[in-house]
Design a protein around this ligand. Structure first.
Ligand code: ZN
Length: 181
């Protein structure tokens, strides 16, 4: 699945002259750079830090992506604001092919790069990693709240549609499928 990308290229890396070995890259961005409704500026109010380690060996490039930020969340029980450190990792294998890559899917962990591709754009992967890093449950540290056994007041932030949740559940299902394999 391709994501409409009206946002900037947040993690765009030149690979045309990459030598064998590990190369580290760091990026910093803001939620607004994504221009994406899932990366809302209210929740992702702090700077987003990205590191990418590219390990090249012959015609393979292993990308280890780490994304971290502090998100502004809400307690599921009492709706108190919670500031939470989020981090997520993602690993992708790029294979350089002599032939033209025929429509490799951005959601795959293994992707084919044609010889004439000079850059890889990890922006969609940063996005996915960030969305997946948001915990399903968020409960504040307040003792009164912890004792409160009242049912959870909200399923998700009111500002998010059901679509967000189902997109999210789809992602989780995909991940658990991957772990079973
Ligand atoms: Zn609470």
């Amino acid at each position: 699945m391709k994501h409409a990308s009206e946002g900037k290229r947040i993690a765009h890396i030149k690979i045309s002259n990459l030598t064998n070995g590990t190369h580290r890259y760091e990026f910093e961005c803001d939620a607004s750079d994504f221009a994406d409704e899932w990366i809302d500026t209210e929740r992702f109010s702090a700077p987003i830090f990205i590191t990418a380690a590219l390990t090249k060996a012959m015609t393979e490039i292993v990308v280890e992506l780490s994304v971290s930020t502090t998100a502004s969340l809400q307690c599921d029980r009492c709706l108190a604001p919670i500031s939470k450190r989020l981090s997520g990792d993602y690993r992708i294998l790029f294979l350089q092919s002599a032939e033209a890559a025929n429509g490799s899917d951005d959601d795959d962990d293994v992707r084919v790069l044609s010889k004439n591709e000079t850059h890889i754009d990890l922006t969609p992967d940063v996005r996915e990693t960030l969305i997946l890093a948001v915990p399903m449950k968020n409960v504040c540290q307040d003792a009164a709240c912890a004792e409160n056994d009242a049912p959870i007041k909200r399923e998700f932030s009111q500002t998010h549609s059901k679509a967000f949740e189902s997109e999210w559940q789809r992602k989780l299902a995909e991940i658990s499928k991957k772990f079973k394999n």
